[in-house]
Structure formats: structure tokens, C-alpha cells
Write a protein that binds this ligand. Structure first.
Ligand code: ATP
Length: 234
């Protein structure tokens, strides 16, 4: 396991009177998979949006390899937002290609990457369909492909497994493992304890905007598991 590539250091954020984050602090090392666990409204999405830079923190800092995270690194984050956010009336393959092109990938390579992801998720037959015409589970797979298509240096995924069928969960788990093994830090939020246990090296439990526990996933298997269950139940 490498150093502390991505550091979230005492990040606070308020929405009016709501303290969404209170000195949120954790780090994700190179090659690590970090599971972000907490009940509804705990602050997971807010943290991810601040890492991505679409939301500004009131105080605190996000650092990438020791430096305040800059635009370049943020462009290299593969992000899957909770609210999703693709174009419902656009063809599935066109959409993936468009996103790849936005990341500066040349047309031929963009097409190859789109085809590869569609194949992996068993969606080759649906490539010309509008996103809207796909089941929610399949839309989710396209959203994941969109987060991965530019071969990101960091992965930040908000509830990536919710609504996926078992085959897609396996594909996705394998992808995250491979990414982590290649040195890409991965953060994902989840309410699915079994997945968190299976996939993550480290887990953080967040409650009311703060990290209340953070450590190796092995700790889940002893006394702390009950605590995780309580947090996930929210
Ligand atoms: P969930 O699992 O339900 O997605 P979460 O852990 O991702 O929850 P956040 O969405 O980050 O939590 O929300 C943290 C807190 O900030 C909650 O109390 C939420 O109601 C509040 N909040 C989030 N976005 C806004 C907003 N735009 N305006 C006001 N309050 C907000």
C-alpha cells in the first residue's frame, strides 16, 4: 500500500443552518479501496462533491499527493454522482463517446473504450438505445462506464452498487480491484455491508458530518461490525 495520496483534512461545510460536514478527515492511499459508510444525510455525498470540486468547502483542505488538489487532478477523477446525470435522450454509445471526447480522448480510442465497457457490462446490443429506454440497473451500468471511460487516476463513486444485478456487481468489483491494484485510489459509498467487507481495505464510518471511526476492514469482523450495522441503518 502506498502513501496518503488523497487527504481530506478537516473539511467543514454548512448549508445555511445545516452542518453537513464537521472537520471531516480521512485519507486514501495509493492502491487502496476505501468504503464510505453512513446513514442517510451523514455527509457522504457532500464529501465526494467537495473532493470533485463541484462544491467548495467552508474550511479545510483536500490534498492530492501532499498538495492542494488542483484542476488537473480533478479532471482525472472518475466520478459517479448519486443523482446520476447522463443525458436521458442520447444514445448509450454516443453518450459514452461524447464523455470520452470531453476528456480529450481521440475519436477512435473513444469508440473502442465505449465498446469495451458496453461489452463488459453486457450492453452491446443496447448501444444504440436511448438511455431512457434502459432499465434502471442498465442505466447504472452506463453511468459506471461513464465514470471509467477516461481511465481516471482517482475513483470517487457515490453508491455505485445500488440497483446492480449480481453479474454487474461482480464486473464492477473486479474493475475496482484492478484499478486499485494499478495504484488508483478508490472511494465508494455503500449501504451494502457485505460488499464493503469484501472489497475494501479500509472503511470509514461517517455520522452527522464527521468521521466517527476509520480503519482496516478486518476490524469490521470483530466488535465493530455491530457499529457499522447501526450506522448503515441510519
Ligand atoms: P445519503 O446517503 O442520503 O445520500 P449523505 O451521507 O450523502 O446521505 P449528504 O447528501 O452529504 O449526505 O447530506 C448531508 C447533510 O446536508 C444532510 O443533512 C442533508 O440534508 C444536507 N444537505 C445536502 N445538500 C443540501 C443542500 N443543497 N441544501 C441544504 N442542505 C443540504
Amino acid at each position: 500500500m502506498g502513501g496518503k495520496d488523497l487527504q481530506i483534512d478537516r473539511v467543514s461545510k454548512r448549508y445555511g443552518d445545516v452542518h453537513a460536514l464537521r472537520e471531516m478527515t480521512f485519507d486514501v492511499g495509493e492502491g487502496g479501496i476505501f468504503g464510505f459508510v453512513g446513514g442517510n444525510g451523514a455527509g457522504k455525498t457532500t464529501t465526494m462533491r467537495i473532493i470533485l470540486g463541484v462544491l467548495a468547502a467552508d474550511s479545510g483542505e483536500v490534498r492530492w499527493r501532499g498538495e492542494p488538489i488542483g484542476l488537473e487532478t480533478r479532471r482525472d477523477i472518475g466520478y459517479m454522482p448519486e443523482e446520476r446525470g447522463l443525458y436521458p435522450k442520447m444514445g448509450v454509445r454516443d453518450q459514452l463517446m461524447y464523455l470520452a471526447r470531453l476528456h480529450g480522448i481521440r475519436k477512435r480510442a473513444a469508440g473502442a473504450a465505449a465498446d469495451e465497457w458496453l461489452e463488459r457490462f453486457g450492453l452491446t446490443e443496447r448501444r444504440r438505445d436511448e438511455l431512457d429506454d434502459l432499465s434502471l440497473g442498465n442505466q447504472q451500468k452506463v453511468q459506471l462506464a461513464a465514470a471509467l471511460i477516461h481511465d481516471p487516476e482517482v475513483l470517487v463513486l457515490d453508491e455505485p452498487f445500488s440497483g446492480l444485478d449480481p453479474m454487474a456487481v461482480d464486473v464492477m468489483s473486479e474493475v475496482l480491484r484492478k484499478k486499485a491494484a494499478a495504484g488508483v485510489p478508490v472511494i465508494f459509498s455503500s449501504h451494502q455491508l457485505d460488499l464493503v467487507e469484501r472489497l475494501c481495505d479500509r472503511v470509514g464510518i461517517v455520522r452527522a458530518g464527521s468521521m466517527v471511526a476509520c480503519g482496516p476492514v478486518g476490524e469490521l469482523r470483530d466488535g465493530s461490525r455491530r457499529r457499522f450495522e447501526i450506522e448503515i441503518a441510519g
